[in-house]
Ligand binder design. Sequence first.
Ligand code: Z5A
Length: 209
Amino acid sequence: MSAQFITIEGSEGGGKTTNLELMKTLLEDAGIPYVVTREPGGTELAEQLRELLLACRDEPVTPQAELLLMFAARSQHVENFIKPELAKGNWVISDRFTDATFAYQGGGRKLSWQLIEELELIAIDGFKPNLTLLLDLDPNIGLGRAAQRGEFDRFEQEEIEFFNRVRSAYLRRMQEDELRFMLVDASQSLEDVQTSITKQFNAFLEQHR
Ligand code: Z5A
């Protein structure tokens, strides 16, 4: 079976980092070779764009500039890292991908869905993950969890309404492509979240190994 491209998504404090470790363990247990990456980022240039995107700054960043930089980074990431790794037979797990652009720049910044779909075609020729784990959580809970980590980046300084729109946009993405998504209620205890992920992800591995 061909190597699979898996993404992890969700708004602040949903536990992406924590549960990415669990997915790594499940892949190792199944003897599947994999690499881990993230967005924005994943190549030298894309990581430089990440720094520019996340830095807090006095100059306002227009939603359009933010959108174009996200896709510039993603184009580099897909061509220079993700596709070559898949071609080598390694599964790829990415902490965020294009669904995050629909959620943050579409939902959060209110840019048009159609514009993002067009850029997805231009920048990455519509390249999509095989599976997306969506950690869904009320932003009031998520921001509380994220606050325990310390300093906020440029996105984390947004108002609660921004994160409510991000959450709704993620759920809209899922409704548009239900077979690709694995939805997990991230408001549960970490133990329950991980039981649910283990069950669903192992079922996916059974089908695709
Ligand atoms: N962005 C964008 O706008 N457009 C795009 O196209 C892309 C990205 C790709 C960087 O993302 C920013 O870029 C992001 C969106 C934007 N906005 N922000 N901010 P990032 O992924 O690098 O940053 P992040 O969203 O802040 O993710 P994170 O720091 O990795 O958080 P997390 O992975 O969701 O959470 P965590 O660190 O695993 O968990 C947070 C805390 O909660 C931690 O102490 C855990 O122990 C705890 N936790 C986790 N799960 C539980 C449960 N179930 N119960 C209790 N406590 C828990």
